[in-house]
Design a protein around this ligand. Sequence first.
Ligand SMILES: [Zn+2]
Length: 217
Amino acid sequence: MNQTHDELRRGIVAVSRQLDDAGLMPNKSGNVSCRVPGGFLITPSGVPYRQLEPGDLVQLGSDGSAASGGLRPSSEWRMHAAIYAQRPEVSAIVHTHSPRATALSCAGLGIPPFHYMIALAGGAIRCMPYATFGTDELAANAVCGLDGRRAVLLANHGVVAVGASLREAHSVAFEVENLATQYLELRAAGLEPVVLSDEELAKVISKFGDYGRIDRT
Ligand SMILES: [Zn+2]
């Protein structure tokens, strides 16, 4: 990671606003973070994204410890800390309550691999059991559901997307909502999706290669 803290702060604000503008963070829900040496930067609790400024972001140690003063970190900081601890390749996390993926989570449904773009998430997207927001239990569920994946649904709650950069986590979060929309359309039409084989999925994941060089065709 070669970006300075200032660049990362501006990046988090930009990504948060884009997600909010797209309707993926209704009513101040969700949160965005980025790994920095010794910890991570995370969006604060209770600040509308349109008013969010780079200086409002909260820097936490890897154990969640915060400098005194300043704004309170997002209530989901434990989940972000747990993911960074378990996934060294992850440098950014986006958590949304994006409407269609959240609707699926409220039915306890994950997203099967019916479209090749699910390879961005690393394969079928799991839906993990419900746990109260802000708890260690929710954090553990998220880490478990992200095993081998870049996205997970949290039952009756929302979505977590991760990436090696803010841009990647942001793209995965958008794609999860896109896939959820397609899946709901299929179900609403009474159609059964044709699921891609493990072999085909592996081929697509291999073709995608380094996520940063993905060619969206
Ligand atoms: Zn949430």
